[in-house]
Design a protein around this ligand. Structure first.
Ligand code: BEZ
Length: 209
């Protein structure tokens, strides 16, 4: 059965470019991103992993640990990482999990047989410090993901977790946010100060700094 939002993120132990990882203890109290790519030594994947490596300081500043995964071996991951550094200008600086026996791919349903019977699709799981799944995304092999969007979602998820706030369509960090319907006007005033009630159910307030 597919992993759904709010589900407990399955734990596993696997080999990676950073050694053996037991997922939950590796995450510790951090947020986490587990993302799969179809195959080593392929063009779109090369650009994706270079992009994630470049964005590492952005993930770190949000207390997010990132791990990639494919069904290739650790040896292949290490060999390919030289190409990533050469072509993308950034060395791999996060663990790339090797899943040749598909243990993790099956746990997280990263193989979609009607798309490809053997390779993982481009799955993304964002996992909260409570080890619950907060976001899932699935992209086809031919479309590289927008990791700026994943950072944007993390910002929104953390506003919800920390402040009980939601974010409107096309929101980006710094823009006004939405007060969750579960919060009363009186409670909202106490927690956020002034707010703009366009409708009783549509209340904007300044994003907390
Ligand atoms: C790629 O990363 O370029 C790719 C991988 C598998 C299928 C298609 C494209």
């Amino acid at each position: 059965m597919a992993i759904k939002l709010g589900d407990h993120a399955p734990d596993f132990t696997a080999e990676s470019t950073a050694g053996t990882i037991t997922f939950h203890s590796w995450l510790g109290d951090s947020w986490g991103i587990l993302f799969s790519h179809p195959k080593d030594y392929t063009p779109v994947c090369t650009t994706e992993l270079g992009t994630v490596a470049r964005l590492k300081p952005e993930f770190e500043s949000r207390n997010v640990k990132v791990a990639g995964l494919s069904v290739d071996s650790v040896e292949d991951h290490h060999g390919w990482s030289k190409d990533i550094e050469e072509t993308q200008g950034t060395a791999l600086n996060f663990p790339l999990i090797a899943d040749p026996d598909r243990t993790v791919s099956d746990l997280y349903e990263m193989i979609h047989p009607n798309a490809d019977n053997t390779l993982t699709v481009r799955s993304v799981f964002v996992i909260g410090p409570d080890k619950r799944v907060k976001l899932t995304l699935t992209y086809p092999a031919s479309t590289g993901r927008n990791f700026d969007e994943i950072l944007r979602v993390i910002d929104s998820l953390q506003l919800t977790a920390d402040k009980g706030l939601a974010t409107p369509a096309n929101w980006t960090a710094g823009k006004d946010v939405i007060i969750a319907p579960s919060i009363s006007d009186a409670d909202a005033r106490e927690r956020f100060g002034e707010f703009n009630a366009v409708k009783p159910y549509l209340r904007y307030t300044k994003a907390p700094s």
